[in-house]
Design a protein around this ligand. Structure first.
Ligand code: HEC
Ligand code: HEC
Length: 331
């Protein structure tokens, strides 16, 4: 660590301050984790893509968190089992390990707890956990992998969610142009993008969108300065805590890869980044941006797009006669 010695006047002593702190930017680079259990992550990757975890045999995690589309589905709200219209916009799974809690209202503590939800949710994959476990246990290719990862054949919800969470931890998007700039490459950003970043800071956006994920680190009210108008009935943290002060308080979303994860906001009501930035300016910081300013901030936000997941498509082990049959068309 480089240190700067600041002499304190008259005291004859110095104060040691890390240079990295003096130059501290409110957004910091993201890096891939180095402690991944690759056996678990590999099974998790298969399960993430496996539609047999759903009742219909048709929906996988990847249906709504498409890793070819920024880890989201680009729909206002997701399509679940039986063409069920989801209640809220699908957030990206990219960099979700950075979330202080999972879901817009933070009702799941971590990725492992979260992963059990969508499998059994009647409006999502609609598969009772017992059946999902039966499906996996009936497929020898999976059983062998679980033996390798855990030392025995038990297929439990705890293990299934553990491997999915381990795979999700690998879904980080490092090396965005913004991170290259943070790490010292002064040529990585254009002057327009840099001006956008300065505006993003001076307008107070970084008060909420900061840290490695440029968000994901706190809950905040949507409509701090002016109320946010929406038809969506979601109440945010209020649904979890029952506290009046938590009405319309949502997890501040990450802005990493934000260019890819339209439409925006929990209700998915906003199609363009320009509009999202203008609304944030008005309702969160009380600022009305000129078109030029909005354009600069949007240009900056697009530099947060990092390296997307890049691996061979997982091949899924085949079912057997013992595998419970999918029910694609029923309720
Ligand atoms: C039918 C669409 C759909 C399917 C299938 C689905 N999800 Fe989601 N997912 C969503 C929606 C919508 C939310 C937001 C729900 C909320 O916040 O109330 C979400 C939230 C999440 C989050 C939290 C992200 C955040 O920023 O808070 C994670 C992680 C996640 N899903 C992972 C998964 C995994 C793993 C699977 C497969 C086991 C899965 N999802 C299947 C639609 C889906
Ligand atoms: C007081 C905290 C706060 C401040 C300040 C703030 N935001 Fe946000 N931001 C949020 C919250 C909370 C959401 C989620 C809103 C929702 O989904 O209804 C959000 C959502 C967003 C989104 C959409 C993300 C998505 O995935 O849908 C963008 C883009 C964004 N903010 C940009 C900005 C910009 C640009 C500024 C500065 C002008 C800013 N924000 C200032 C808290 C804040």
């Amino acid at each position: 660590m480089r240190l700067l010695s600041i002499p304190l006047l008259g005291l004859g002593v110095g104060l040691l301050i890390p240079l990295s702190l003096l130059a501290a930017e409110p957004i910091t680079p993201i890096a891939a984790p180095t402690d991944i259990d690759s056996n678990k992550a590999e099974i998790g990757k298969q399960l993430f893509f496996d539609p047999r975890l759903s009742k219909s045999g048709f929906l996988s995690c990847n249906s709504c968190h498409n890793l070819s589309m920024g880890g989201a589905d680009n729909l206002t709200s997701s399509v679940g089992h039986g063409w069920h219209q989801g209640p809220i916009n699908s957030p990206t799974v990219l960099n979700s390990a950075y979330n202080l809690a999972q879901f817009w209202d933070g009702r799941a503590a971590d990725l492992k707890e979260q992963a059990a939800g969508p499998i059994a949710n009647p409006g999502e994959m609609a598969q009772p956990h017992s059946v999902a476990l039966e499906v996996i246990a009936s497929i020898p290719g999976y059983v062998e992998s679980f033996v390798t990862a855990y030392g025995d054949e038990a297929i439990t919800l705890d293990r299934v969610t553990d491997v999915i969470a381990e795979f999700e931890r690998t879904l980080v998007t490092p090396n965005s142009r913004f991170d290259q700039w943070l790490q010292g490459d002064a040529t990585a950003l254009s002057s327009q993008e840099l001006e956008g970043y300065q505006l993003f800071k001076s307008s107070g956006c970084v008060g909420c969108h900061n840290g490695p994920a440029a968000g994901a680190a706190m809950f905040q009210k949507v409509g701090l300065i002016k109320p946010y108008t929406t038809d969506n009935p979601a109440l945010g943290r209020f649904a979890v805590t029952g506290k009046e002060s938590d009405r319309m308080v949502f997890k501040v979303p990450t802005l990493r890869n934000i260019e890819l994860t339209y439409p925006y906001f929990h209700d998915g009501s906003v199609d363009t980044l320009e509009e999202a930035v203008n609304i944030m300016g008005e309702i969160q910081t009380g600022r009305t941006f000129s078109d030029l300013e909005t354009g600069k901030i949007v240009a900056f936000l697009k530099t947060l797009t990092g390296e997307q997941p890049n691996f061979p498509l997982p091949q899924l082990p085949p079912s057997t006669p013992a595998t419970p049959q999918p029910e694609p068309y029923g309720p």
